[in-house]
Design a protein around this ligand. Structure first.
Ligand SMILES: Nc1ncnc2c1ncn2[C@@H]1O[C@H](COP(=O)(O)OP(=O)(O)O)[C@@H](O)[C@H]1O
Ligand SMILES: [Mg+2]
Length: 308
């Protein structure tokens, strides 16, 4: 039985321009023990899918189950299996950190939870903040408390919706070490993130969502293998690139990256650069990474062997 099963899930919202299909027939099974990544640009429907899973939003059609428990018909049992870290920072300003965690434990009917609460505080670098009021915490610290809150009842399935958006490097590392440890201990993890290096490093399998539809669903290693090319990467001294590169190059500041299928194509690029009189440095050729694959999939390019 899958840890999470989405079956033909749709969600429609009424909008000024008629009906908005936030989700359009999403089917996806996540097996027990997987570290699963759900990727997609803003507005793809990731948070909508997670709020349906959490029982906070009702699907317009389809079924969602957690360890076989339907999230609507069997809400309490399904919810008990889930630890959900929401995208938005929501918290109750009147309590300190330990109180907030005790209240959350009570909500799940877990008594005498202080040993586990202490372990959570320790593992998330919150030990010295136990008595701090929620109001006094920085955004990053609040994010840690949200993670701890989601885990107070030791849920077998952990769901994180953009947990590292706007979060410093230290917290990211603390968080991933801890979540990876829980995953090794058998917890299922469902993660959405904009940081594709994180997804590439952590997730065994990935689904990509685009305007409410699953457009890729593969093992991460297969996705990387299916990438159509290597990448030529270099730094350039000008912001004006030759028109030949338009629509092809991925540009970050002065760094330009171009898909390179073979040596001939690389030679052509370098010739164009020379003719344009550009000065380039730090030239390298690397394997395509998950971001390249993501951009390919989102632009609707056929990625090799992935049409299944
Ligand atoms: N409560 C709502 N009412 C109307 N439209 C919504 C609502 N929630 C989300 N949407 C729309 O549904 C789409 C998917 O949003 P969301 O699930 O938040 O995407 P993501 O998390 O992938 O960025 C977006 O177009 C968004 O504007
Ligand atoms: Mg979202």
């Amino acid at each position: 039985m899958p840890a999470i099963s989405f079956q033909s899930v749709s969600k429609h919202y009424a909008s000024a321009r008629g009906e908005l299909k936030a989700l359009d027939g999403v089917s996806l099974d996540i097996e027990e023990g997987e570290f699963f990544g759900l990727l997609g640009p803003n507005g793809a429907g990731k948070t909508t899918l997670i709020s349906i899973l959490a029982g906070l939003t009702r699907a317009s059609a389809g079924r969602v189950a957690v360890h076989g428990h339907d999230v609507q018909a069997d809400f309490a049992k399904a919810r008990r299996q889930l630890g959900i870290v929401p995208q938005e920072l929501v918290f109750d300003p009147f309590f300190n950190v330990r109180e907030a965690l005790r209240i959350q434990s009570g909500y799940f009917g877990v008594k005498n939870n202080d040993a586990w609460i202490d372990e959570l505080l320790d593992s998330l670098g919150l030990a010295d903040k136990a008595k701090a009021n929620m109001r006094q915490l920085s955004g990053g610290m609040k994010r840690r408390v949200l993670v701890a809150q989601a885990l107070v009842h030791k849920p077998p399935v952990i769901v994180l919706d953009e947990p590292t958006a706007g979060v410093d490097v230290e917290l990211r590392q603390t968080l991933w070490q801890f979540i990876a440890r829980l995953n090794r201990q058998g917890h299922t993890v469902l993660l959405t993130t904009h940081y594709l290096e994180e997804a590439e490093a952590l997730c065994g399998r990935i689904a990509m969502l685009k305007t409410g539809r699953v457009v890729a669903l593969e093992r991460t290693s297969e996705l990387l293998k299916a990438a159509s090319s290597n990448v030529l990467r270099f730094k350039v001294d000008s912001h004006e690139l030759p028109p030949e590169f338009a629509g092809k190059a991925r540009i970050t500041g002065r760094i330009v990256q171009l898909p390179a299928h073979d040596a001939h194509e690389i030679e052509q690029y370098l010739a164009v650069i020379r003719q344009a009189g550009l000065r380039v440095e730090d030239v390298e050729i690397r394997k395509a990474d998950l971001e390249d694959v993501f951009l390919d999939v989102m632009s609707g390019k056929q990625v090799k062997e992935m049409a299944s």
